[in-house]
Design a protein around this ligand. Structure first.
Ligand code: KIV
Ligand code: ZN
Length: 522
């Protein structure tokens, strides 16, 4: 066995709520960001990058509240190399017991061309802005964006300037997912060898997955001396995403013999947070995704099953329970009682008050009447619907859909809108289209459907379908979700869920539009 006391600690920096959430379509509500930050904090993530405070009022409010509520993690905000950005970032993160400012500028030739700065002017800007950040906060991270395509000599020069100005962490981003493992390691090694003061700060690695090498590149950087990995849950992020947190954490755990590094992450919480991030972002996890994919621990073929029955280690390099996957046996049926439901939900990570349990139990019984076997994933889907605190001004009363080979299909629907019942019948190109046309006829809105996504929660023809619907109206983006054994009913409920959220957002005012993106490097 390896002696863990002698092992190096690798800090886990999660940027699901900043780099992940900035990917088009992954927008989360304020409440969802708070929920995810709470789970990250509880799971043992060292640093949470909670957002980009200058980008919008919503980002600022979310980072400030996450900072206030944080318990164990350092809370970090992103800021461009401008004093206004840095001040705004500090105003948000300063509420945290452990705040961090992360400031950056693009240093590669292509990125230097955007603000049109010479190498000397950029070096001066780095000195000024890191100094400014350090005057506000003891914990400052600096990133030369597109580091892997920056001239090496210039990279040495600017990293040295940032260290001298007081940066405590230097992050080396592979912004466009261009590097490869050996090169990633070499770069960290060269920085450690050639930059004065490099041994006094922490080097971080921040890899994008455009060539599918983000995890390998991050681990190679760690082997060369980086001690912070920047990553996201499920690898969420723009284009092909960021390094997946669950992959680097489990790689260092399972192959600790050759990668003797420690993290503080409680791996048994990985599955739960993966499911939550997938649900709130609307980005489903691919079935064959490493660690958290639905098939990651499934052994379908006869040979595998035989081996597994004899000895689980034949084909399993980690145990399902190590990543928080409880057995997906039939868990409950219509005769299961409230206490059994509470205990099962507690195993899945949900702590319910008595009233909430009462509500979930009613939904559970309704589901059990329609579906004989209820699995963990069914309960997770049920919980997502039960824990949404938003209003329900619009309620589905009843609907009937006629579908078949002869179109157009027809839907009849009654909704209760602000207490009054209203009905209509509409046709459409398929049952879902006809049903959505009914909603459009009954509820006055101009929202554009940005996403419509259906997934079977479990196997079998009586499986529940979970449906996500994302709507955009006047810069406000809302996602609705629902689950039902009837796919069309789930679709309608998801649309109505999104509309209810939109009504709340209309009342509150404001938009989700970010005036500024981290790509505006001005
Ligand atoms: O990918 C990148 O370069 C970034 C920086 C803002 C750190 O996300
Ligand atoms: Zn990034």
């Amino acid at each position: 066995m390896t002696d863990t006391t002698k092992q190096d600690r690798v800090l886990i920096f999660d940027t699901t709520l900043r780099d992940g959430e900035q990917s088009p379509g992954a927008t989360m509500t304020h409440a969802e960001k708070i929920e995810i930050a709470g789970l990250l904090d509880e799971m043992g993530v060292d640093i949470i990058e909670a957002g980009f405070p200058i980008a919008s009022e919503g980002d600022f409010a979310a980072v400030s509240e996450i900072a206030r509520l944080s318990k164990n993690s350092v809370i970090c905000g992103l800021a461009r190399a401008q004093t206004g950005d840095i001040d705004r970032c500090w105003d948000a993160v300063k509420h945290a017991p452990q705040p961090r400012i992360h400031t950056f500028i693009g240093t590669s030739p292509l990125h230097r061309a955007i603000p049109n700065l010479t190498m000397d002017e950029m070096a001066e800007r780095i000195h000024e802005t890191v100094t400014h950040a350090r005057n506000l906060c003891d914990n400052v991270q600096w990133s030369p964006m597109d580091a892997t395509r920056t001239e090496l000599d210039y990279l040495y020069r600017v990293v040295e300037i940032a260290i001298k100005a007081g940066a405590t962490t230097i992050n080396i981003p592979d912004t466009v997912g261009y590097t490869a493992p050996r090169e990633s390691a070499d770069l960290i090694r060269k920085l450690l060898e050639n930059v004065p003061g490099a041994d006094e700060i922490v080097f971080a690695t921040h890899c994008h997955n455009d060539l599918g090498m983000a995890t390998a590149n991050s681990l190679a950087a760690v082997e060369a001396g980086a001690r912070q990995i920047e990553c996201t849950i499920n690898g969420l992020g723009e284009r092909a995403g960021n390094t997946a947190l669950e992959e680097v954490v489990m790689a260092m755990k399972v192959r600790n013999d050759i990668m003797p590094f420690q993290t503080k992450v409680d791996s048994t919480k990985l599955m739960n947070i993966s499911r939550r991030v997938a649900a709130v972002s609307g980005f489903a996890v691919q079935f064959n995704k490493a660690i958290v994919g639905k098939n990651a621990f499934a052994h379908e073929s006869g040979i595998h099953q035989d081996g597994m029955l004899k000895n689980a280690e034949t084909f399993e390099i980690m145990r399902p329970e190590d990543v928080g996957l409880t057995e997906t046996n039939i868990v409950m049926g219509k005769h299961s009682g409230r206490a059994a439901l509470r205990s099962k939900l507690e195993n899945l990570g949900y702590e319910l008050g008595d009233n909430q349990l009462k509500d979930v139990f009613v939904r559970f019984k309704e589901l059990a009447d329609r579906k004989k076997e209820i699995y963990d994933d069914d309960l997770v889907a049920l919980m997502r619907m039960a824990t949404d605190p938003e209003s329900d001004r619009i309620v589905l009363k009843s609907m009937t859909v006629v579908c078949g080979t002869e179109g157009p299909q027809r839907a009849d629907m009654s909704l209760t809108i602000d207490g009054a019942e209203e009905s209509t019948a509409q046709t459409g190109d398929g049952p879902v289209d006809a049903s959505f046309n009914c909603i459009k006829a009954l509820v006055d809105h101009t929202a554009r459907l940005q996403l419509y996504q259906v997934h079977a929660v479990t196997e079998g023809t009586d499986a529940q379908a979970t449906v996500s619907v994302r709507l955009e109206e006047d810069g406000r983006i809302v996602t609705g979700q629902s689950a039902d054994t009837d796919t069309v009913v789930a679709s309608v409920r998801a649309y109505i869920h999104a509309l209810n959220r939109l009504l709340v957002r209309r009342e509150k005012g404001g938009t989700d539009k970010r005036e500024i993106s981290y790509k505006d490097v001005g």
